[in-house]
Write a protein of this length. Sequence first.
Length: 372
Amino acid sequence: MRNSLDPVELNAAVENVHRAGMPGLFAEVRDGDQVWRGAAGVADVATGRPVTADMRHRVGSITKTFTAAAVLQQVESGRIGLDTPIGQYLPTSVPGERGDAITVRMLINHTSGLAEYLPYAYPSLKAYPALADTGPQSLDDHRLTRFAPTELIETGVTAPAVGAPGGTPGVYSNTNYLLLAQLLEQVTGTTAERCITRNVIEPAGLRDTEFPTGPYVDGPHSRLYESWFGMVDPPRDYSVYDMSWVGPAASLISTVADLNRFYRLLLAGEIISPSSLAQMQRTVPVVSQEGKVIDYGLGLHPTEAPGQATFWGHGGTVWGGGALAMTRADGERQMAVALNLQRWNRLDSSGKPQPHPIDDALVTLYRVAMYG
């Protein structure tokens, strides 16, 4: 089989994303034993300090795969039932009929019908997904806010439901994953962060992956630039940020090398059992935060191009930062990419995000990285 890891092509694809307007990005692509790492652009637009492929990065909702894996480990040990109602474990968090109707599985695959708490916690985003009526003000207001997860959960649970428990398409909601964190705490007697660190991160040998304990990213990292659909111009640096607004739903710090290692081990059945992995890969339609219907499993979702192999992984964004990690079903081909600008698309007169050259350049990079 022809080696499809072409460094020249990959370097050009990364450089083209930078040229299209991304301040900085870095990536690792693997094919069997072969590894390519590359970076383009700057980690700091003021000083011109370059990005490097070994930088640590806030990886957003990629955290959800780690949290889901930790829950499935507890399912394997018999402490959690995948199809047990959440009300049996957390009767005060999800009381009454909904607590009886929403199962652990529905939380992991976003079919609980529980609303997203974010627009309520961040008032200037209240009109989301009507983007033209939102604004970036709350992002500044909450830089150093210490949110209590119980309050965020209560906000999501008491907000109007976005669907019936178990109904499809589901609706992507961070409320689900804060509840899963609370569930892990309940059954293990330790914080979800400590449980995930001890049972997932450390056994997988991920040396540069951790939950933040404060608003800073330790070690070499990039600044993170948020544009909020052109309303923040020039984009503002949000790399110093208290991540309690998402906790074990999206606060993890990692590297592209660690992300590839994690997904490789996960898909090899070395973090959870092969039967648990099969559960993770059972998908349902879910409406993403961007409003698209995607196939979503238990903290994993597939990507496939016509006539090509299926890849599994997750994407994530935080204020200013983004990442995507995808691994072919056989574990042999992998891609992890980190970006230091988010929501670069400006809105048209109807309030819809307009196409941007970055979009096409990223599609090309992902295609080259995954399919060669």
